[in-house]
Design a binder for this molecule. Structure first.
Ligand SMILES: C[S@@+](CC[C@H](N)C(=O)[O-])C[C@H]1O[C@@H](n2cnc3c(N)ncnc32)[C@H](O)[C@@H]1O
Length: 206
């Protein structure tokens, strides 16, 4: 990890993910979480205030970046439930098969190196009647914007912590053995269109 990745990037990501528009998406999705909850790519814990504490029986998260975990500490203390945050990647989740009621992934499928392996792990640990709640940015449906996303992506990834602009999150989720049940997708207002096309909702194990 270089100086930028260690000291600056976590603060940049925390700031970029704190916009009012993203809060609105979090408010539409995170309250659906219940029971034993696993969050993938916990980041700085920006989803924590949106959980319905009374519905969360157990909360576990994976977040490999120590700088992000450090930024999450205050929000973890303020949360109305205990948070267990593991310094691990989603590609290897140390949980039993079929033990989680809810898996949450927000604005992280863009950054996970091996999404197929991460989705296989999510599919393995979720209960057959569990729910995968997601909110992810990705490839825009407009050809002109998509063209710019492809152009910008090689420069964006190194400064954005490996963030891809051209992934198709709903396809990744469906390809990982889930049936998207409820999906909304649109450009978030006040966010540049190249990074602001967001799909959110939930999916069930297929
Ligand atoms: C843009 S941030 C989003 C953080 C948070 N989910 C949110 O909604 O604010 C992406 C996060 O994914 C994490 N990440 C990157 N690779 C990962 C992996 N292989 N497994 C789990 N998390 C990963 C990053 O460290 C970062 O904290």
């Amino acid at each position: 990890m270089n100086f930028y990745q260690k000291h600056i990037l976590p603060k940049v990501i925390n700031f970029a993910c704190s916009t009012g528009q993203m809060k609105k998406v979090r408010a539409r999705t995170i309250p659906m979480a219940s029971g034993e909850v696993l969050e993938i790519g916990f980041g700085s814990g920006l989803n924590l205030p949106f959980y319905q504490a009374g519905n969360v029986k157990r909360f576990v998260a994976v977040e490999p970046d120590p700088g992000m975990r450090k930024l999450a500490e205050k929000r973890m203390v303020e949360a109305d439930f205990d948070c267990e945050v593991l310094g691990l990647k989603a590609e290897t989740i140390p949980l039993d098969d079929g033990c989680m009621d809810t898996v949450v992934v927000t604005f992280s499928l863009c950054s996970i190196a091996d999404t197929a392996q991460a989705m296989a792990e999510i599919r393995r640990v979720i209960k057959p009647d569990g729910r995968l709640i997601f909110a992810e940015h990705g490839l825009a449906p407009d050809a002109r914007i998509a063209k710019w996303q492809h152009r910008i992506e090689p420069f964006w990834k190194p400064v954005g912590g490996g963030c891809h602009l051209t992934r198709k999150p709903v396809e990744i989720i469906a390809g990982g053995g889930f049936s998207p049940e409820q999906v909304e997708a649109d450009y978030l207002p006040k966010i540049p269109k190249f990074s602001g096309y967001v799909s959110f909702g939930y999916a069930s194990p297929a």
